[in-house]
Ligand binder design. Structure first.
Ligand code: G1P
Length: 299
């Protein structure tokens, strides 16, 4: 039997974004722009293309720019209409959400990712749901979450995006303890959040895309503190790996992941997405070549 369709997604966007100060003093980090779209738009587009219909934002104080971004902008639209800027109007459409499709709720205390997701429990109810961390931007022919939905229809249970990382980097991630390796899909027999360098069960790291069973919300009800004193989503998912659990699968997605929560990752994403844009590619690649030549000459 195919599992129930995943139509709800949670976007935890309550973080302060201190790594990008001073930029994030007055704008949410999710509004920071990759080429010409804010980070959050990439996550929303990915969710939409995977069949998500209900979008739940877990926000915090100072994030109202996010709400405005997904609202209609009648004055701007009228001005564009009057001046016949049809193309720009079309671009704006991607930011419009159907009435009632988007909900905002606040995480009133910064207690961790698990807590942020738990805050959405009443809106999720007793259904499978997706979680997308907008800091992780994934360039892929078929969007990562859509790949996962396809795989999840076969496995059910819980599914997390996974990627091999350099062993010395494993302690920055949630890491899977591999039970059975079936290639693209891995059955996990455990999961550890930010393991100590010599304690990582593998170098297969969790990337910020999840499809979860509502059982994970029950596990979060206990609000147990984990790594870094935070309530960790990883710990609540790990409880489902046991013999009585609903199963946890790692999915090695096809695509390139950029860590836009770090400055270097954001810059790499800017270059990659800039080069992938037909309207920018020629000018931008010529500039990069020139820049590389200058760098080499200076070495
Ligand atoms: C979060 C998760 C971690 C995951 C990572 C992926 O950590 O807790 O399990 O591997 O996202 O980006 P964070 O980067 O928010 O510390």
């Amino acid at each position: 039997m195919k599992p129930k369709k995943v139509t709800k997604a949670v976007f935890p966007v309550a973080g302060l974004g201190t790594r990008f100060l001073p930029a994030t003093k007055s704008i949410p980090k999710e509004i920071m722009t990759l080429v010409d779209r804010p980070l959050i738009q990439y996550a929303i587009d990915e969710a939409r293309s995977a069949g998500i219909k209900d979008f739940i934002f877990v926000t915090s104080r100072g994030k109202s720019a996010l709400e405005d971004y997904f609202d209609t902008a009648p004055e701007l639209e009228n001005a564009l209409k009057k001046s016949g800027k049809e193309q720009l109007l079309e671009i704006l459409k991607s930011t419009n959400m159907d009435s009632g499709a988007i909900a905002y709720l606040r995480q009133n205390r910064p207690l961790g990712l698990g807590h942020a997701v738990w805050c959405a429990r009443k809106l999720i109810g007793d259904e499978p749901f997706a979680v997308l961390l907008p800091d992780d931007v994934i360039a892929a022919e078929k969007p990562c979450l859509a790949q996962m939905v396809e795989a999840y229809e076969e496995t059910g249970g819980n599914m997390v995006a996974a990627m091999e990382v350099a062993p010395e980097k494993a302690s920055s991630y949630g890491v899977l303890d591999i039970g059975e390796d079936m290639g693209a899909i891995v059955r996990a027999k455990g999961m550890v959040e930010k393991p100590k360098a010599d304690e990582a069960p593998s170098n297969l790291a969790v990337i910020g895309r999840y499809i979860l069973s509502p059982k994970v919300l029950n596990n979060l009800n206990r609000l147990k503190q984990g790594a870094g004193g935070e309530i960790q989503l990883t710990d609540a998912i790990a409880e489902e790996t046991g013999p009585d659990g609903s199963g946890v699968f790692g999915f090695r997605f096809r695509g390139m992941r950029y860590d836009c929560g770090s400055k270097a990752g954001f810059l790499q994403a800017t270059v990659a997405f800039g080069l992938s844009r037909p309207d920018l590619r020629d000018e931008f690649s010529a500039y990069l070549r020139d820049m590389m030549a200058q760098l080499r000459a200076a070495e």
